[in-house]
Design a protein around this ligand. Structure first.
Ligand code: NAP
Ligand code: G4F
Length: 330
């Protein structure tokens, strides 16, 4: 089996490459830029991945990538994925996170491989967004209404509907995973969980004295990225393309994540170490995300191995090791 992954240098790209390699796949990854700063580190960690240069905003590079990789499965993970950044760069976000999906789908169709390549689209719980009329109740599922609250969420919703349209119009195998927040050791430090675990480790090691955050009250449904990429692969083995929610079914506030991380290093009172920075507030907030993964559990047999406490501890322990290396190098 051959797989092409866009967004290979991101968090999920790394986990998915590892999973597919362990299953015997030949893995190809689309990498952008003339001199991508992440390339060398990526090649060291994943020597078995064959990198192909391309960009989801450049249709011809995608046709070439598809022709070169000849994939059985194409996982479209590339995106500008930071919600806060998308408010500052909405047009770029529309081009990459939205129209980029159309470019990938068209590349498969234009290369006349629409009948043999299965496509996975990385859709998101940010598409639900949420206002009073569509609060999640027992959890958003595949039938819930969408109301995106950011340029990122709106761009993803466009990509989601284009993916569904290619499934319905051309009979292509295009599956959308509507994934709730998933985190881990590979999470970028610009996302709140990793920002917290890194800061907690640095504070414990004496490398940093405080942490600046935005809103602490929003709630998210957090899981471990390794569990979620396994769900992506399971979706692609399903006989029919479809939409599936992956979520933990539990929701906690940013403050609860913060408390758990500090608690794990033996600091009971986190308040002296945390300041609010108004520059980190967003023009609109998604108050609460809670997902219902029943369909994926029933139809795919998907389950999670790592719970919330395990996730926090794993991330903090990883960052404590990195902090110890930094202290030793001083
Ligand atoms: P991530 O760490 O931010 O990775 C994004 C990837 O997209 C990076 O490899 C980045 O490459 C690549 N990329 C950005 N612009 C590109 C372009 N113009 N052309 C080609 N590649 C480009 O995201 P992630 O957490 O792994 O998430 C993977 C996907 O799932 C994303 O689409 C995200 O929106 C979606 N998603 C994530 C979550 C979550 O909780 N993690 C939940 C739901 C959905 P560079 O190295 O060049 O920057
Ligand atoms: O970690 P976040 O930036 O993740 P967010 O906005 O939930 O988006 C992530 O999950 C989505 C799935 O639901 C993905 F589609 C998306 O690509 C991304 O992976 O922020 C989480 C919460 C927000 O309410 C934010 O306002 O934490 C709050 N927050 C408070 N202080 C902060 C900060 N977020 C960040 N990034 N940085 C802060 O300092």
């Amino acid at each position: 089996m051959r797989a092409l992954i866009t967004g290979i240098t991101g968090q999920d790209g790394g986990h998915l490459a590892e999973l597919l390699h362990s299953k015997g796949y030949q893995v190809f990854g689309l990498i952008r830029g003339q001199n991508n700063a992440r390339r060398q580190q990526f090649e060291t960690e994943f020597p078995y991945v064959e990198l192909i240069e391309g960009d989801v905003t450049d249709p011809s590079s995608l046709v070439q990538a598809v022709e070169q990789a000849q994939p059985d499965e194409l996982y479209n993970l590339a995106a500008i994925s930071h919600v806060g950044y998308s408010f500052k760069n909405p047009s770029l976000t529309a081009d990459v996170t939205g129209k980029g999906v159309l470019n990938v789908l068209e590349a498969v169709r234009m290369a006349h491989m629409g009948d043999r390549i299965k496509v996975y689209q990385a859709s998101t719980s940010e598409m639900f967004g949420g206002l009073d009329y569509n609060r999640p109740g027992r959890g958003y599922n595949e039938q819930s209404l969408f109301h995106p609250r950011s340029p990122y969420g709106a761009a993803k919703l466009y990509g989601h509907w284009m993916a569904r349209n290619y499934r319905e119009s051309y009979g292509m195998y295009v599956t959308c995973g509507i994934l709730f927040n998933h985190e881990g050791e590979r999470r970028g430090a610009e996302f709140v969980t990793r920002k917290i675990t890194k800061a907690v480790a640095h504070i414990k090691a004496g490398l940093q004295d405080h942490l600046e955050l935005g809103d602490l009250w929003p709630k998210r449904d957090w899981g471990y990225a390794g569990d979620y990429v396994r769900g992506m692969w399971q979706m692609m083995q399903h006989p029919e393309p479809d939409d599936f929610v992956l979520a933990s079914g539990e929701t906690r506030s940013v403050q609860q994540f913060l408390e758990s991380a500090f608690e794990h290093v033996g600091i009971d009172d986190w308040r002296p170490f945390v300041r609010q920075n108004p520059a980190l507030l967003r023009p609109a907030q998604v108050d609460i995300l809670l997902g219902d993964p029943a369909k994926a559990e029933d139809q795919l047999g998907w389950s999670r191995e790592i719970d919330f406490t395990g996730l926090v501890q794993r991330m903090v322990d990883h960052d404590l090791k990195l902090a110890a290396v930094a202290v030793a190098a001083r």
